[in-house]
Design a protein around this ligand. Structure first.
Ligand SMILES: Nc1ncnc2c1ncn2[C@@H]1O[C@H](COP(=O)(O)OP(=O)(O)OP(=O)(O)O)[C@@H](O)[C@H]1O
Ligand SMILES: [Mg+2]
Length: 500
């Protein structure tokens, strides 16, 4: 963060000082980072006291100060120097569901509101000093694209980008506050559960470059319709000022239409000719890494991606467009993309064990679009020259509302159509039963020694099955919504092979 005194922070967030005199508050500077995990606090830091399901951050305030925090941002006095903001009823109903697990008295909402104010003040000051903010939204691929954007901007200056998927009312301002006066580019992932969420995040830190990847069906259950999802995503192009740039995926009609709602200049990316940045025919190598010629205006460059799956082409074109806007050369973009492997864990991490088993760990997240993308990558890798056996170990796709059964049914059928050798359906709820039955009903399938689709109750049972039956040379895709917990299964598969 930029250097601010405790008194300045209190004024920005509208809080009262507790257990620190006004004189001391004016003298003591926060020079470190802002943390919500007391174990992460270091010298000169600011600790956010947030309520959790099991622990309340207010109970850890003293240890945060012992670890070096200058002060605590809290909803009540905590016996150590603090800036106290009044608990508030969460005005947008359950707007913070999924962000705060437990906030009965509104103290978490108050601390988050204060955090937003602080982040906004810091972002405003840093932008005045030349910081460029890139905001990325879309139903699928925000984190993947964020990692590629960070990679292509690195040759141009100092980049701050969040770890993993820090994209909500906590992770977003937390990331903003990692920026310092030395930061040139701040790359932010912006996600929504309700209309208005992205507009609110954009108010905290207004992107000068806004990116919209796609409008899919992720979180359809919470939004109700694809139109509402599109409107919510369009809050980002609406927030980018006329001096800024909006980068739109022209291959998604709902995204292309957002050119109408922004005052900013529009840059279109596409897998087909005619956009500002576009890809010629795409080929995949034996591990499904895309290669293509990228066109930008009349210039071209050959691109070989270090990330896996055909769906990464659009993400890479988008990242390239961001970098070109920031002044990168085509060759710089090509070099950076070639060097950028998967960064955030459990997102299309492809590992081949010493015994030749390839594991595609995409266990972090799943929705219908990314399930299709993952299965296609599996099929590509398995059906190359070597003809390998393929396993799809799939768990539930969460938050699909009324469409859950239909969408799981479709994925079951797709696994058969892509000629996946073994489908392991993890979980026995209605959605997973639908996936299993769909695959079974889709028809005769698999080689004689394969048994097609199998249903197991949980990740442990899936792991036991895989341990017993995976053979050298097989390819295994592991994928589900994060809550299913298949990440640990993927880790186990990868490490077992390493020690074999
Ligand atoms: N452009 C894309 N189209 C479809 N699927 C994609 C795309 N990019 C990435 N994916 C897949 O979608 C899943 C989620 O990817 P990623 O974590 O990048 O998305 P996200 O938008 O950040 O998700 P979240 O909303 O959970 O933060 C992964 O399985 C990934 O392989
Ligand atoms: Mg993400």
């Amino acid at each position: 963060m930029i250097d601010l005194t405790v008194a300045q922070i209190a004024e920005i967030v509208g809080g009262q000082l507790a257990d620190i005199s006004p004189q001391d508050a004016a003298r003591r500077h926060v020079t470190g980072t802002v943390e919500f995990d007391s174990r992460a606090v270091g010298a000169g830091g600011l600790f956010l006291a947030l309520p959790g399901a099991r622990a309340d951050g207010h109970d850890h305030a003293a240890s945060a100060v012992a670890a070096g925090a200058v002060a605590v941002l809290a909803a009540r006095p905590v016996g150590v120097p603090a800036i106290v903001v009044a608990p508030q009823q969460n005005s947008a109903g359950d707007a913070l569901s999924g962000v705060l697990e437990h906030d009965a008295d509104g103290s978490g909402a108050a601390v988050l509101a204060a955090l937003a104010k602080l982040a906004r003040a810091v972002a405003t000051e840093l932008v005045a000093g030349g910081l460029a903010i890139v905001g990325i939204t879309g139903s699928s691929g925000k984190t993947s694209t964020k990692d590629l954007v960070a990679a292509v901007l690195k040759p141009l200056g100092q980049v701050v980008a969040p770890p993993g998927s820090f994209n909500n009312e906590l992770g977003h301002p937390w990331t903003v506050l990692r920026a310092t006066r030395d930061t040139d580019y701040l790359v932010l992932e912006m996600s929504a559960r309700h209309p208005g969420n992205i507009a609110a995040l954009a108010q905290i830190a207004t992107p000068s470059i806004g990116v919209v990847l796609n409008v899919g069906t992720a979180h359809l259950g919470e939004f109700g319709s694809r139109e509402v999802i599109a409107q919510t995503k369009s809050e980002l192009p609406q927030a980018v000022p006329s001096s800024g740039v909006v980068i739109l995926n022209a291959d998604d009609p709902a995204v292309a239409a957002m050119a109408q709602v922004t005052a900013a200049r529009v840059v279109r990316v596409s897998r087909g000719e005619g956009a500002d940045v576009w890809a010629g025919p795409v080929s995949l190598d034996e591990l499904a890494r895309p290669q293509f010629t990228m066109h930008a205006g009349s210039a071209t460059v050959d691109i070989r991606l270090g990330v896996y799956g055909d769906h990464q082409v659009g993400n890479a074109l988008t990242a390239a467009a961001v970098a070109l806007e920031c002044g990168a050369s085509l060759q710089q973009v090509a070099d950076a993309l070639a060097a950028a492997g998967p960064t955030s864990r459990h997102r299309m991490q492809v590992t081949t064990r010493p015994d030749g088993v390839t594991i595609i760990d995409d266990a972090y997240n799943a929705n219908p679009d990314s399930m299709r993308a993952g299965l296609q990558a599996l099929a590509w890798i398995a059906h190359g020259e070597a003809q390998r056996r393929s396993w799809a170990v799939l768990g539930e796709m969460g938050e699909l509302g009324d469409d859950a059964i239909t969408e799981h049914d479709r994925i079951g059928r797709l696994a058969v159509r892509l000629d996946v050798s073994r489908l392991v359906v993890v979980g026995t709820g209605r959605s997973m039963s639908a996936m299993h039955h769909a695959a079974v009903l889709e028809g005769a399938w698999g080689a004689a020694d394969d048994r097609g689709a199998v249903s197991v109750p949980d990740a442990d049972a899936a792991l036991a099955l895989l341990r017993a039956e995976v053979q050298p040379g097989d390819v295994v895709l592991v994928k589900a919504s994060n809550a299913v917990g298949l990440g640990a299964l993927a880790d186990a598969l990868v490490s077992e092979g390493a020690s074999a």
